[in-house]
Design a protein around this ligand. Structure first.
Ligand SMILES: *Cc1c(COP(=O)(O)O)cnc(C)c1O
Length: 385
């Protein structure tokens, strides 16, 4: 049975929204995007939201807006996607990697506090797989002078004790990349409660210009603009923004479906001896990914077995400091971030999407029980911690 890793939830009903944009004179960032930004403000209960063409460019615009660059340090988790630390490198600052909690795989506020130095300007906590870092505790641990920038690429619809991303941070950044829970193919968004940061972001998102195209052309009369700070090119065109209103309004319904699939995996797999991310009390999981962990010595065999049964899998993620670029630049070894190294060496992610049927899921579980669980053997007792 073929079980793809992911099937997106866009369909031809979105074609009409794209066509509506095509029928106007304006293809880039305009009134459609402004409407989506208002929708995001409402969803997250913030005063400001900015659409971007990716999480990555949104994060670069945010670091530029906060004047973070050479000489500055930004704390990031070792267990994440490479983009989280790459953006710090790209603005010339230094990423300071911190290992994660062995059960939740998230940054712990006390570990972050232990890595703060006089050069620390920001922390980028990652709500890995869909469960949120305790942002209130993180804020209390680092104080008000260090910026908190949430990597909420996995957590559009997740909550912790009722708090959404953006509640306790300077900014929360989302990804609308093809496989994310809300998608327009490529895209992203920044939400912030800070009016001053929003004003800066309006510039750093678009070359540093003091007025975007929609305002330069307002009512057919040209207006001059200035450039007072350095910006990048991170705005989202209306052609893609047109796909987002339905994605956002349907997110709670899709979350219910993801939740059912996720809980079903969790119940079945906990009996089979696979290690999984611990469920965090008070956390509404966005269920972006469903990773399991097997002994690193058999991980690639397990991927081979699942692929031979036509089951799609990915790895999220190898420990970032173990990547050649970071190892060579900073001289990291495998023992520097033991939890991330061990999890990254043994993890693989199973198919998880709203339309995943029970028959398909049962097939994945059957293969795991019949062909994979026996490989765990003696390792089962030696759960890492
Ligand atoms: C997908 C992802 C990103 C990057 O998102 P883009 O929109 O592709 O730039 C960053 N962080 C995490 C954790 C991600 O999963």
């Amino acid at each position: 049975m073929q079980v793809p890793f992911y099937i997106h939830s866009l369909d031809s009903s979105s074609a009409a929204s794209v066509e509506a944009v095509l029928s106007t004179a304006f293809l880039t960032s305009g009134s459609v995007g402004r409407g989506v930004e208002a929708q995001l403000c409402e969803f997250f209960g913030t005063d400001h939201a900015l659409l971007t063409n990716s999480w990555t460019n949104g994060a670069i615009a945010t670091l530029l807006a906060l004047d973070i660059g050479p000489g500055d340090e930004v704390i990031v988790p070792a267990m994440t996607f490479v983009a989280t630390s790459n953006v710090v490198e790209l603005v010339g600052a230094r990423p300071v990697f911190v290992d994660v909690d062995p059960d939740t795989l998230l940054l712990r506020p006390e570990d972050v506090a232990a890595h703060v130095t006089p050069r620390t300007r920001a922390v980028i906590p990652v709500h890995l797989y869909g469960q949120m870092v305790d942002m209130a505790a993180l804020r209390a641990a680092v104080g008000d002078d260090i910026a908190l920038i949430e990597d909420a690429a996995h957590c559009f619809e997740g909550r912790l004790r009722g708090d959404t991303p953006g509640r306790h941070s300077d900014a929360a950044i989302f990804s609308f990349y093809a496989t994310k829970n809300v998608t327009c193919g490529e895209g992203g968004a920044i939400v912030t409660r800070r009016g001053d940061l929003h004003e800066r972001l309006m510039q750093t998102r678009l070359h540093g210009m003091s007025a975007g195209a929609i305002d330069r052309m307002r009512k057919g009369s040209y207006r001059h603009w200035d450039m007072a700070c350095l910006g990048t090119k991170a705005n989202l065109p209306d052609l893609l923004a047109a796909l987002l209103p339905d994605q956002i309004s349907g997110i709670r319904d899709r979350l219910a479906l993801r939740n059912a699939v996720g809980e079903r995996y969790r119940n079945a797999l906990s009996n089979l001896g696979f290690r999984m991310q611990a469920a965090i009390p008070g956390c509404e999981n966005a269920w972006h990914l469903l990773p399991i962990h097997v002994p690193p010595s058999v991980r690639d065999d397990v991927i081979g077995i699942l692929n031979s049964e036509e089951i799609g899998v990915t790895v999220n993620y190898q420990s970032v400091p173990s990547m050649t670029y970071y190892r060579e630049k900073y001289g990291f070894t495998d023992s520097d971030f033991p939890v991330s190294q061990e999890w990254g060496g043994g993890t693989l992610s199973l198919p998880l999407y709203p339309g995943l049927g029970e028959a398909e899921q049962d097939f994945v579980l059957d293969v795991l029980r019949d062909r994979v669980a026996p490989l765990l053997g003696d390792f089962r007792e030696r759960a890492v911690g």
